[in-house]
Design a protein around this ligand. Structure first.
Ligand SMILES: C[S@@+](CC[C@H](N)C(=O)[O-])C[C@H]1O[C@@H](n2cnc3c(N)ncnc32)[C@H](O)[C@@H]1O
Length: 277
């Protein structure tokens, strides 16, 4: 791997030039680096797995990358995630290639697949390029985000260099969470950065759903007990009518049917009129 030292505002920045055709945007400078193949460090993968469980699909990967991520399905550059239908899965992790144009394309594809319901939960790792259109295109779909405290040191994808040479990005990163369980994401990612929950998405929707079903449950319980009470009342009135037809006095009826046991038994007579309505 060729390396070169470049003077920047912050001092000497060591960069790799693994592939000149893939120019990445590094801070305010157009530096030459293979921005497509930086691998996610272990502590991020661990946190991702604590939230998602196993990673079912890593759509932007390589064999080398997946030796670390261990996703069930991957797409690689030559078997492109752009040209293939993604499998229906539960969880997705995406650290997209950063080459010019690729990031926007990757995010467009991700959102398209999410809208189709291809995956339930996902974590997207990107630079905090809050000024870009692609960044804003993600926002309406996520239920949480984590703004990293400091920058993630990605690992260069070279068999020999992996794990040894780490390189600092010149921007901070954001991890976006797609899915319902934003609270679990918050729990795991609070140690990595500042987590914001978009409560107007799933949390409030879930709360409303919960309140609605609670209300429905209460209503149906009340309805059930009203119907039971009404059935009991009808039965009792039938017995009263039968005894009345036989000329039994009301006090006798009351004793016979043990109505005295019911403090509100007179209401039964009163309710008779209601029942006939
Ligand atoms: C930033 S790296 C991330 C690798 C891995 N997912 C990780 O997080 O460690 C992006 C990966 O996407 C791969 N890639 C580039 N274009 C791709 C495409 N069209 N389809 C699938 N993978 C692609 C690159 O080879 C690279 O391995």
């Amino acid at each position: 791997m060729i390396t070169s030292d470049i003077e920047s505002e912050t001092g000497l920045v060591r960069i790799s030039r693994a592939d000149k055709s893939k120019l990445g945007y590094v801070g305010g400078l157009n530096l030459e680096r293979d921005s497509n193949s930086w691998l996610t460090p272990d502590y991020i993968i661990d946190a991702v797995k604590k939230v998602l469980g196993e990673i079912d699909l890593d759509p932007f990967s390589s064999e080398e990358a997946n030796r670390r991520i261990k996703a069930r399905y991957i797409f690689i550059e030559n078997d492109s995630a752009f040209d293939n239908t993604w499998p229906f899965v539960r969880s997705v992790f995406i650290n997209p290639p950063y080459g010019q144009g690729l990031i926007a394309k990757a995010i467009e594809k991700l959102i398209e697949e999410y809208k189709k319901g291809i995956f339930e939960e996902g974590i997207l790792l990107v630079n905090n390029a809050t000024d870009t259109l692609w960044f804003h295109s993600v926002l309406p779909f996520v239920s949480a985000r984590c703004d990293t405290k400091g920058r993630i040191k990605f690992i260069p994808a070279t068999e020999a260099g992996a794990q040894k040479n780490t390189s600092s990005n010149t921007r901070g990163q954001v991890l976006f969470f797609f899915g319902k369980n934003a609270k679990r994401f918050e729990k795991e990612f609070s140690a990595i950065g500042a987590v914001s929950l978009y409560l107007d998405r799933y949390a409030i929707a879930e709360k409303k759903e919960h309140e609605l079903s609670k209300k429905k449950r209460e209503e149906s319980r009340a309805l059930r007990s009203a119907l039971t009470a009404r059935a009991k009342l009808t039965e009792r009135l039938k017995q009263i009518r039968k005894l009345e037809r036989k000329g039994v006095s009301r006090s006798e009826i009351s004793r016979t049917l043990h109505l005295y046991k019911y403090p509100g038994f007179t209401r039964i007579w009163l309710s008779e009129a209601t029942l006939r309505k």
